[in-house]
Design a protein around this ligand. Structure first.
Ligand SMILES: [Mg+2]
Ligand SMILES: [Zn+2]
Length: 185
């Protein structure tokens, strides 16, 4: 059974933007996100977010602004009497060579260590190829939503070099369907 559900943020819980989410005003939840997180918690699963936020490393916004964005996320989830338990983010520029920016598995491994959950009991829900790569690198179950970058990611999965990810991935419409699938997996 999947005990720890890790979620990418942009394109999974909220609408993504090519211009980055740089302020609370730019953060807009996707339909069904709150009920999906609530359903996961009601079924006794642990829920956390693992998100790349290179806009910080690029100098587009700062850590207090990210905290304000996550306060808006928390306010939204509280309407459904739920929360995510932890948010892990990589603030680094892609050129920084850090170990936490997905497709590296660092954020996922940190989460599993903190929650004391094995990879075999962990799933990672994302919309981009790098999410799925991080999940496979961390030996978690990769789940792809078709919101955000999801449709473009499906096309990439047809390429021969991504055959192993394509073999492992569970594809679902959105976070609501991800919750339904995970709670029955
Ligand atoms: Mg995303
Ligand atoms: Zn990083």
């Amino acid at each position: 059974m999947i005990e720890l559900i890790l979620l990418d943020r942009d394109g999974v819980l909220n609408a993504d933007s090519a211009d980055y989410i740089k302020s609370p005003e730019e953060w807009h939840p996707l339909t069904g996100a709150g009920p999906a997180v609530a359903a996961m918690h009601q079924d006794q699963r642990r829920v956390a977010i693992c998100t790349n936020q290179s806009g910080i490393g690029r100098g587009m916004f700062d850590e207090p602004t990210l905290a304000a964005i996550h306060a808006k996320l928390a306010t939204y989830l509280s309407k459904y009497q739920t929360q995510v338990e932890q948010i892990y983010w990589c603030p680094h520029h892609p050129d920084a060579g850090c170990l936490c920016r997905k497709p590296a598995p660092g954020l996922l491994q940190q989460a599993m260590a903190d929650f004391k959950v094995e990879p075999s009991q962990t799933a990672f829900v994302g919309d981009s190829l790098r999410d799925l790569q991080a999940a496979v690198a961390a030996q978690c179950k990769p789940v792809l939503v078709l919101t955000g970058n999801g449709l473009a990611t499906v096309e990439k999965l047809g390429e021969p070099e991504h055959a192993e990810i394509a073999r492992q991935v569970q594809i679902v419409a959105d976070i609501g369907e991800a919750a339904s699938w995970l709670l029955n997996a």
